[in-house]
Design a binder for this molecule. Structure first.
Ligand SMILES: Nc1nc2c(c(=O)[nH]1)N[C@H]1C(S)=C(S)[C@@H](COP(=O)(O)O)O[C@H]1N2
Ligand SMILES: [Mo]
Length: 426
C-alpha cells in the first residue's frame, strides 16, 4: 500500500463478535467469527430444533411488537464523553445494522437541547402570530382536519461527522455518520396553515418554536416555508415518537436538522430573521480568515459505506456485500462510485430501491475478497451534478475551525484479519 492510513481512536471493542464457539460451518478470518459460529449443534439439521417442539406465544403476548431478543444489540448509542449531560446531547442511528431506505422509528437518532418533552396532545396547541391577518391557535384535532400528504425525507444534523474535521476520530459509522434518519412523514403542508392565518404583504420569515424546556427556535425564510415544509404528526405510519417531537414537528426537507423544530408550539411570522442562538453561536462555522458562514441551511450531497465498517468487519473470504447510504439536500442521488483501493480505481455502485427527492438512497457493490488490505470509500453525485468532495478539498475551502457540514469522503481500512478501522488518507 502506498498510502499510510492514520488510524482513528478505537472506542468500544466489538465484544459481541468475539468469544463465540468455533463450531459453525463458516470459515472464520483471523479469529473474527460471526453469529453462525456460535450455533448450538442440537438445533442444526438433521435434528428437530428447540422452537419446533413447543407452542409459541399467543397473539395476546405482544400488543405492541418489539424486535427479537437476538437483535438486542441493534440500538441507538451515545458517546458519553461528547456532552456534559444526556439531556442536552445526542445518540446515533446504528446505520451498520439497518437496510433499505427507511429508518425504524425506535432507531432514529435523537438530538435534544433540554431532553424529551412529554406532551399530552389534548393540551398541545400550535399558535400562529406576527405578520398575519388573524393570529390563530390550533388544537391537534384542528391540524388533523387539514388536507395531509405523505413524504419520505432524510433528516441530518449539521453536526453529523463534525468530530472528524481534524482527522479520523470515532471508530464506527454509527458514530461518524449516525446523526441521520429517513422516515415517511404524514403531515399538513405548512403553506395551508399559514394561508389560514393570512400572510401580511411584508411577511418574509417565520420563526418556529418548540414546546420543550429549551423553547428551541430558528428563522426560516418564507419561500422555504411555503414550498415544501410540513407540520408532521406521524412517522412511518404511527404517531411521532416523543423523542422525535410528539405530537407535532416541523419538517424542513433537505435542510439542517436543527431547523426541524420538535414539539412545535408556535410559529411567528416576521419581516427579518431573528438571529437566534441556534443560528449564531451554534450551527454556524468559523472560516480560516475569522469570518463566519451565515445561514448554512442545505445539507450537501454525502455518502458512507455502512458495511463493511468498524462495527461490521469482514467475516468471510470470497463473496461479500458492500453497502451504504447516500443523500442530498438538493435533490436525488444520481450515482455512487466506490473504490476498494483508496481511490486508484472507482466502480459504479448499484442504487437499489426508491430514488426519492431529499431521501436517503441505498447502494450495493458485490465484491470478492482474498484477504488483502482494502481502503474503502464511496463518492456520491447528486441530481444537480454536485460531486461529494474529499475531506482535504473541504478543508481547502473551509479551513479546520468548522464543526458543521462535513460531507467529505469517508475512508475505512480493512485489515487482513477482516477488522475495519476509521482512517484518513491523502
Ligand atoms: N424543540 C426542539 N426541536 C429540535 C431540537 C431540540 O432540542 N428542541 N433539536 C434539533 C436538532 S439540533 C436536530 S439535529 C433535530 C434532531 O431530530 P431527531 O431528534 O428527530 O433526530 O431536531 C431539532 N429540533
Ligand atoms: Mo442538530
Amino acid at each position: 500500500m502506498s498510502q499510510s492510513p492514520k488510524p482513528g481512536q478505537v472506542m468500544g471493542r466489538r465484544g459481541f463478535l468475539s468469544g463465540a464457539a468455533a463450531a459453525g460451518g463458516a470459515a472464520a478470518i483471523g479469529g473474527l467469527t460471526g453469529p453462525a459460529a456460535g450455533a448450538n449443534p442440537e438445533n442444526l439439521p438433521p435434528n428437530v430444533p428447540d422452537w419446533s417442539r413447543y407452542l409459541g406465544e399467543g397473539v395476546d403476548a405482544r400488543p405492541y411488537g418489539v424486535p427479537s431478543e437476538y437483535e438486542a444489540h441493534v440500538v441507538r448509542r451515545n458517546v458519553a464523553w461528547l456532552t456534559a449531560s444526556t439531556e442536552s446531547s445526542v445518540n446515533f442511528t446504528p446505520l451498520h445494522e439497518i437496510d433499505g431506505i427507511l429508518t425504524p422509528n425506535g432507531l432514529c437518532f435523537e438530538r435534544h437541547h433540554s431532553g424529551i418533552a412529554e406532551i399530552d396532545p389534548a393540551d398541545h396547541r400550535l399558535m400562529i402570530n406576527g405578520l398575519v391577518d388573524k393570529p390563530l391557535i390550533f388544537t391537534m384535532e384542528d391540524i388533523m382536519r387539514f388536507p395531509r400528504t405523505n413524504k419520505v425525507y432524510f433528516l441530518e444534523c449539521a453536526a453529523n461527522t463534525g468530530m472528524e474535521w481534524r482527522g479520523a476520530q470515532l471508530n464506527g459509522c454509527q458514530f461518524t455518520h449516525g446523526m441521520v434518519h429517513c422516515v415517511m412523514y404524514t403531515g399538513v403542508p405548512l403553506r395551508l396553515i399559514l394561508e389560514e392565518a393570512g400572510l401580511k404583504t411584508n411577511a418574509k420569515w417565520i420563526m418556529p418554536e418548540g414546546g420543550d424546556a429549551a423553547g428551541m427556535n430558528r428563522s426560516v425564510p418564507l419561500e422555504k416555508a411555503l414550498d415544501d415544509c410540513l407540520v408532521a404528526f406521524k412517522m412511518n405510519g404511527e404517531a411521532l415518537r416523543p423523542e422525535q417531537g410528539y405530537p407535532l414537528r416541523l419538517v424542513v426537507p433537505g435542510w439542517e436538522g436543527n431547523m426541524w423544530v420538535k414539539w412545535l408550539r408556535r410559529i411567528e411570522v416576521g419581516d427579518q430573521p431573528w438571529h437566534t442562538r441556534e443560528e449564531t453561536s451554534k450551527y454556524t462555522d468559523l472560516m480560516e480568515d475569522g469570518r463566519s458562514r451565515r445561514f448554512t441551511w442545505y445539507m450537501d450531497c454525502k455518502s458512507v459505506i455502512t458495511n463493511p465498517s468498524p462495527q461490521a468487519p469482514l467475516l468471510h473470504k470470497g463473496h461479500n456485500i458492500l453497502t451504504g447510504l447516500a443523500w442530498s439536500g438538493r435533490g436525488t442521488v444520481e450515482r455512487v462510485d466506490v473504490t476498494l483501493d483508496g481511490g486508484k480505481n472507482w466502480r459504479t455502485a448499484r442504487i437499489d430501491g426508491l430514488s426519492l427527492d431529499k431521501a436517503v438512497h441505498r447502494f450495493y457493490f458485490e465484491f470478492d475478497w482474498n484477504g488483502e488490505p482494502l481502503l474503502l470509500q464511496s463518492r456520491a453525485v447528486d441530481s444537480t451534478g454536485y460531486v461529494q468532495p474529499t475531506k482535504d478539498e473541504l478543508r481547502a475551502v473551509r479551513g479546520t475551525n468548522s464543526i458543521y457540514h462535513n460531507n467529505g469522503i469517508q475512508t475505512w481500512h480493512v485489515q487482513q484479519n477482516g477488522e475495519v478501522e476509521n482512517v484518513e488518507i491523502s
